[in-house]
Design a protein around this ligand. Structure first.
Ligand SMILES: Cc1ncc(CO)c(N)n1
Length: 238
């Protein structure tokens, strides 16, 4: 297991008006209104209600499976860039979960929704996927732990926040229910709490330029999350 969280990652009441306190809260504030739009997105509400249309779910999962590929590569960069072994361990355990339980969910959901390998192969990347992949590549190539963290934190903290809104009520179909429980369970909560606390740990070590780079990546990642959910409701590339 990851170390006990030092942070309640799903807390929404605290705010930070300057970057000298908890960097995570400051960044989240600075990413509004996109942050709130992500965690209250129509897609997440429909998922919790179990009412996502199958074609929306198919579109989302096909694109998201590709997102996960870039995400695991970014995790690898964070593992490499991290300053100590204790930091690499939770990241590595998380990468193991994504590439086992989570990938297994994708394959079962594709089967249940009738998405063949040919359909997956022949479906082009949506513009939102291309944008997100480029952002993850950019973060990965910095080989800088705080920059990698910025994008990882957005992805996981925003998902925990919307998934926690289900508050134990799960829809009937596994394609919906498991996508919620994969992002709200004790392991995931601990991991996200720890990940957010890592951003807060490195925050005070950043000079103004480094913090500006982290802020830029964080805010663009939140915008990319929003566009990614929006894309599930769009037929084509635009
Ligand atoms: C686009 C996106 N952001 C975050 C997550 C959570 O890992 C995901 N699966 N997909």
């Amino acid at each position: 297991m990851s170390p006990a969280p030092t942070t309640d990652a799903s807390a929404t009441d605290a705010t930070a008006t300057d970057a000298t306190g908890r960097l995570s809260l400051w960044l989240r504030d600075r990413s509004e209104p996109d942050w709130s739009a992500v965690v209250a997105h129509r897609f997440t509400g429909e998922l919790i209600a179990g009412s996502v249309a199958d074609d929306v779910m198919r579109r989302y999962l096909i694109q998201d499976h590709r997102f996960v590929d870039g995400f695991v590569a970014l995790l690898g960069a964070a593992i490499a860039a991290a300053d100590r072994f204790e930091t690499r361990i939770p990241l590595t355990r998380f990468a193991a979960m994504v590439t086992s339980d989570e990938n297994d969910y994708f394959l079962r959901a594709f089967d249940a929704l009738g998405v063949t390998e040919a359909t997956r192969r022949d479906t082009p990347d949506h513009a939102a996927t291309t944008t997100f992949q480029a952002l993850m590549t950019e973060a990965r190539l910095t080989a800088d732990y705080p920059c990698c963290l910025a994008v990882l934190v957005v992805a996981e903290w925003s998902y925990l926040t919307w998934a926690a809104r289900a508050d134990g009520r799960l829809p009937d179909r596994f394609e919906h229910a498991e996508w919620i429980t994969l992002h709200d369970n004790p392991f995931f909560r601990d991991f996200v709490g720890w990940l957010v606390s890592e951003l807060d740990r490195v925050g005070p070590t950043l000079n103004d330029d480094a913090r500006a780079r982290v802020e830029d990546l964080f805010r663009r990642a939140v915008a990319a999350e929003r566009a990614f959910f929006d894309a599930a409701y769009q037929d084509n590339r635009d």
